[in-house]
Design a protein around this ligand. Structure first.
Ligand SMILES: *[C@@H]1O[C@H](CO)[C@@H](O)[C@H](O)[C@H]1NC(C)=O
Ligand SMILES: *[C@@H]1O[C@H](CO)[C@@H](O)[C@H](O)[C@H]1NC(C)=O
Length: 272
């Protein structure tokens, strides 16, 4: 009895120690333009609460807590940065000033903040889908989703595999496709989702706008419009990385289109 109690106490001390060690201090920089390397749809998540971390996005740790000066936010970690710890400009501004970037925009560089991975449920309010499932692009998120489904099939934890929803929208800023849910019912035999319209049809989509908050003006601008891509003049090295493509999914609408045409051709050939 005694020894099992002490083992339990020891194990719980270990768990506590590792929970403490899980909090780390990182230099956080503002990020102006929404992107997601795994194809999370910006029209269905709160793009003002996104973490762009240097590590690859994984199937479990998609929610992080970030604290500074007595303030705290939860952020969806759904994009990989080129090396910086970037967060949505609005989240950065709120942590530093206590106000939204639209109300009181502040400029600046890297600020040290405390972060830790937290349970995905903490980010539920940042996702506007039924059951707060992670909204992914049916045509362009399959590599990532497949990796999560493989993990789940191997018996490993995979939050994304249990909590995703696919839409027939091609790009993270929701400018192409149909706002409709697709299904993947027979994975792995079926590796392409089934949608009401043709999967990956690159029709113009205007009903699901995504807005960015420009750095450092705090102006809300439609993502993908020329204003957001030409007038932002970040004055820090990391904010400047917003201007380039930190990942292939971020800026290549043309690539989306090509990939989608590939998907269309593939299903067409498959139906012959
Ligand atoms: C959530 O999505 C619904 C449509 O599914 C939309 O009417 C509503 O405005 C969205 N809410 C937010 C906060 O974006
Ligand atoms: C499942 O987890 C084990 C142990 O962490 C790991 O070695 C293995 O690679 C994982 N398998 C998959 C498919 O993720």
């Amino acid at each position: 009895m005694r020894s099992s109690t002490s083992i339990r106490a020891w194990a719980s001390a270990l768990v506590t120690a590792s929970a403490v060690a899980a909090t780390s201090t990182v230099g956080v920089t503002p990020h102006a333009s929404y992107s997601s390397s795994i194809g999370v749809l910006g029209c269905k998540v709160n793009t003002n609460r996104i973490a762009y971390w240097p590590m690859a996005v994984d199937c479990n740790n998609i929610c992080v807590s970030l604290s500074y000066s007595g303030r705290q936010v939860y952020l969806l970690r759904i994009d990989q940065s080129g090396g910086a710890h970037d967060v949505s400009y609005d989240a950065w501004n709120y942590l530093i000033t206590g106000k939204s970037a639209t109300a009181d925009p502040t400029a600046g560089g890297s600020v040290n903040m405390e972060t830790e991975n937290v349970d995905a449920s903490k980010c539920a309010s940042l996702i506007n889908t039924s059951g707060s499932k992670l909204p992914l692009s049916a045509a362009n998120s399959m590599n990532f989703l497949n990796s999560c489904l493989v993990e789940q099939a191997a018996g490993n934890a995979s939050w994304v595999a249990e909590n995703y929803v696919l839409y027939n929208i091609l790009d993270p800023i929701c400018t192409y496709g149909y706002n409709e849910v697709c299904t993947l019912t027979d994975w792995p035999d079926q590796n392409q989702p089934t949608c009401p319209h043709t999967l990956g049809d690159p029709v113009s989509l205007t009903s699901q706008p995504v807005y960015n908050i420009e750095y450092p003006t705090g102006e809300k601008v439609l993502a993908g419009s020329s204003a957001s891509s030409t007038t932002a003049t970040p004055n820090t090295a990391n904010a400047a990385s917003n201007m380039g493509c930190s990942s292939w999914l971020q800026c290549q609408s043309t690539l989306f289109w090509l990939m989608s045409m590939g998907a269309v051709l593939h299903s067409f050939l498959g139906s012959l």
